[in-house]
Design a protein around this ligand. Structure first.
Ligand code: SF4
Length: 371
């Protein structure tokens, strides 16, 4: 594992979309057609060959390489800790230039390898069941810090799916998330299929509407909504965002989300023991989503230390699942992965925070990895 945190002094090359790179080349006098060609060459080096120095871009002129070296940072996002669960889930901690840390998780299943990435350090949304929500928002991630998580972990793993479900509310960092998606899905970039990329939101309605306009065609990701309640008072108890945008307002935005044929919006429903785990809740969810092409993921809550909510009874989760299936709602039960490695959002970061933030850049990896 590497240790040096990225320099904040120069903009990072991973923040540039292909169109930004073409503009950069044109700004130093390269004719448009050649600038576009150069930008494709650079993307190829960065995202296919995954090189870490401009000097290695041997089909660019020496002058062009020098220009990029002078102006941009190219270093990889430093991984400072990793942990593997008995179920194969792997969790990684990355260190940012300001010493802050973020988490990414690789989740293998039969037919896919999903990366769950962070979009912010901490989160402002304060969902009561989420450890990251207790941290508050420290800052948004830059485009390069979002892209960097995927790029770094794709060096040793054949990642098929990306979910924006790690630390942070992606739509609270909308512009950077959209730009990162434009890089991750670019066919000369990391070339992910739009069907394999999902942005999950707690329900920031204006940003859902903006993303609906902002990402079209080849760059349009799947939308997932963190629902977690079957009526306003209940949802408000666990998700303060519901006070600003209630369930009706949220579902209206979902109805206006332009869905391509055969695609659906995913509704995540964390089942909290004794709070939202009854058949009445299942019926209310069914009614709420009746006219929205949707699927429901029931996620039995995995309590973190200090949590005020309990794990639900399996029998109750199974009864909700059966109730929805019997009424033709596409529903699945999704169990938390990596329970033995603090895989719930924010847990690893919390456990390692003090060691990482007090260690120097040079000593952090050894100190933490062996902790
Ligand atoms: S669940 Fe997501 S949106 Fe809610 S506090 Fe946690 S990270 Fe933020």
């Amino acid at each position: 594992m590497t240790s040096a945190a990225l320099s904040p002094e120069k903009p990072h090359i991973f923040s540039l979309r292909m169109s930004d790179l073409a503009e950069e080349f044109m700004s130093i006098g390269v004719p448009e057609k050649k600038a576009r060609y150069h930008s494709r060459q650079v993307f190829h080096w960065l995202y296919h060959r995954k090189i870490t120095s401009f000097e290695q871009m041997t089909d660019l002129s020496k002058l062009t390489r020098q220009h990029l070296t002078d102006k941009y940072e190219i270093a990889a996002l430093p991984k400072v800790f990793e942990q593997k669960s008995v179920d194969g889930t792997q969790k990684f901690l990355f260190k940012l230039f300001d010493g802050k840390t973020i988490e990414s998780v690789l989740i293998p299943s039969e037919d896919r390898l999903t990366i769950c990435i962070s979009s912010q350090v901490g989160c402002a949304m304060a969902c009561k069941f989420c450890l990251t929500g207790t941290m508050g928002l420290m800052r948004n991630l830059g485009v390069h810090e979002i892209v960097g998580q995927v790029l770094e972990l794709s060096k040793n793993a054949n990642i098929s799916n990306i979910v924006f479900m790690g630390m942070g509310e992606p739509l609270h960092n909308l512009e950077n998330v959209c730009r990162a998606i434009e890089i991750l899905l670019n066919q000369d970039g990391l070339n992910f299929s739009k069907r394999k990329v999902t942005v999950s939101t707690s329900g920031l309605v204006p940003a859902i509407r903006k993303m609906n306009e902002r990402l079209k065609g080849a760059y349009r990701p799947n939308l997932a909504i963190s629902l977690n309640g079957s009526y306003d008072a209940q949802r408000e108890e666990v998700m303060p965002v519901n006070k600003a945008f209630d369930i009706k307002t949220l579902l209206d935005a979902c109805r206006d989300w332009e869905l391509e044929p055969h695609r659906r919006i995913t509704f995540e429903y964390v089942v909290l023991g004794g709070l939202n785990d009854t058949l009445e809740d299942a019926e209310r969810v069914r009614r709420l989503l009746a006219d929205i092409p949707s699927k429901v993921n029931l996620i039995p809550y995995n309590p973190h230390p200090g949590s005020e909510y309990a794990r639900p009874d399996d029998a109750k989760v199974n009864a909700m699942h059966r109730y929805l299936l019997d009424r033709d709602v596409a529903a699945m039960v999704r169990h938390s992965r990596g329970r033995d490695i603090l895989a719930a959002c924010g847990q690893l970061r919390s456990a390692k925070k003090e060691a990482l933030e007090s260690a120097s850049a040079e000593t952090a990896p050894a100190a933490v990895a062996t902790a």
